[in-house]
Design a binder for this molecule. Structure first.
Ligand code: PMP
Length: 445
């Protein structure tokens, strides 16, 4: 057998440099909230493969459902015929929708593809072209999705020109508005909605605007929940002008925030909703959901994709929907969320680290800690002063990994995100919080 070190070396030589990596290692096994590497290290996983394996790695019921499906039908092809798991999944999802009007489904493989489909649909439904997105948004890496992504230049640097017709609005996040960290979200929402009025009167007329696209919790832009009044304001403006409201729940959806979909916190009705990541607990599957009255405007054949709505992925998703119910996942999310916030707020109250922590925020088990920049006021310093040391958040995340906790940063700001499995145990959550607290103390002092 090849040694772990030689395999890593092989990967470094032959896997494209275009991929970033948190750990220079080979994952050999993963189970529940733990990941094992070929060098023998085992880590507690607070990443869930970026918010995907929400019911734990290799959940036995989901893996079995996928294995069973493999013996029956692997590839049905959605443009040839219906297949059972596709329809069964819709039956499971219908009662979980945040609004009963969401009754027309199209499954894809990835979040990016679903975003592309949502943009095509919005253009068809309205006969208009332009899209309003949010500063700091992340929607994916394909050309349309990349054009509406504004969280980091690394996603588009060197890849221009992008899809035209995209107009960006500030998101109610204090960094973007240049206001103090404790500015009430109602104030920030009002500022952003005013900007929207300006955008619609100065840059893209309502009659040229097909959709407003927004993440319910801005993920790659810093783990910032959209305030309900902001989402309600967007809904009102969409209603007034016949603009489609596209809600991207790829990262925030499917139990992650303690509701089936985070949009439920605002009660706002999406015209189009995008779901992916946790939907099939690791199998590639995404969904674009709208209402039949609108999707009836699509010409047959205008949507499709070789692997779209794959039978094994759908069977895994059916099992995942069952597990969500059987294991009372939302209850666990809400209980563990309280403990996570308590642990992080206790850390923030610790005088040794308090000055370094600016903010603890999030919903359910989609939670972030934002640090004060060690150098100045924010990410802008990196541009002004190339000699600044590595970001504090990155150093904390690295220290956590050394201590056996796999954890991710997010955004151009100093943010660490917590995305543990939704069925994580009380003990494992506490263990991860302890490791994090130690790492912060060591790094900031
Ligand atoms: N939308 C959001 C909100 C996301 O977080 C992501 C992935 N991080 C995507 C879209 C793109 O999904 P995928 O990587 O599956 O294409």
């Amino acid at each position: 057998a090849q040694s772990h070190a030689s395999l890593v070396e092989f990967g470094q030589k032959h896997v494209t440099k275009g991929l970033g990596r948190v750990v220079e290692a080979v994952i050999t096994k993963a189970e529940g909230s733990y990941v094992t590497f070929g060098d023998g290290r085992q880590m507690l996983d607070f990443t869930c493969g970026i918010g995907v394996t929400n019911l734990g790695h290799c959940h036995p019921k989901i893996s079995k459902a996928a294995a069973d499906q493999c013996m029956n039908l692997v590839h049905g092809q959605c443009s040839i015929a219906f297949h059972g798991p596709y329809l069964e999944l819709i039956q499971k999802l219908l009662p979980m929708m945040p609004h009963p009007s969401l009754d027309s489904f199209f499954f894809w493989n990835s979040g990016s593809e679903a975003v592309e489909a949502a943009i095509k649909m919005a253009r068809t439904f309205t006969g208009r072209q332009n899209i309003i997105n949010m500063q700091g948004a992340y929607h994916g890496r394909t050309f349309g999705a990349m054009a509406v992504t504004k969280s980091k230049t690394i996603y588009s640097e060197g890849f221009h020109p992008l899809m035209p017709g995209v107009f960006s609005l500030p998101f109610p996040y204090w960094h973007q508005l240049g206001v103090p960290v404790d500015t009430p979200s109602s104030k920030m929402s009002e500022m952003c909605l005013n900007q929207l009025s300006l955008l619609l009167s100065q840059a893209t007329a309502p009659h040229d605007t097909a959709a407003i696209l927004v993440e319910t919790v801005m993920g790659e832009g810093g783990y910032v929940p959209a305030p309900p009044e902001f989402l309600k304001g967007l809904r009102e403006i969409c209603d007034k002008h016949g603009i489609m409201l596209i809600i991207d729940e790829v990262q925030s959806g499917y139990g992650r925030t303690g509701k089936n979909y985070a949009i439920e916190y605002s009660g706002v009705r999406p015209d189009i909703m995008i779901t992916a990541k946790g939907l099939a607990n690791g199998f590639p599957l995404s969904g674009v959901i709208s209402r039949k009255e609108l999707t009836d405007k699509l010409k047959p054949g205008s949507m499709g994709g070789t692997y779209a709505g794959n039978a094994v992925a759908c069977a895994a998703a059916v099992a995942a929907a069952d597990v969500m119910k059987e294991e009372n996942i939302l209850d666990n999310v809400n209980a563990r969320s309280k403990e996570l916030f308590a642990a992080l707020n206790a850390l923030r109250a610790n005088p040794k680290v308090a000055p370094a922590i600016l903010d603890v925020r999030g919903q359910g088990l989609m939670v972030a800690v934002e640090f004060a920049s060690p150098v100045g006021t924010g990410p802008y310093d990196a541009f002004r002063n190339p000699s600044i040391p590595e970001k504090l958040a990155s150093r904390v995340a690295k220290r956590c990994v050394e201590k056996g906790l796999l954890i991710l940063t997010t955004s151009v700001y100093e943010v660490i995100r917590f995305i543990p499995a939704l069925n994580i145990s009380k003990e494992d959550l506490a263990k991860g919080c302890r490791i994090f607290a130690e790492a912060v103390e060591e790094v900031v002092n």
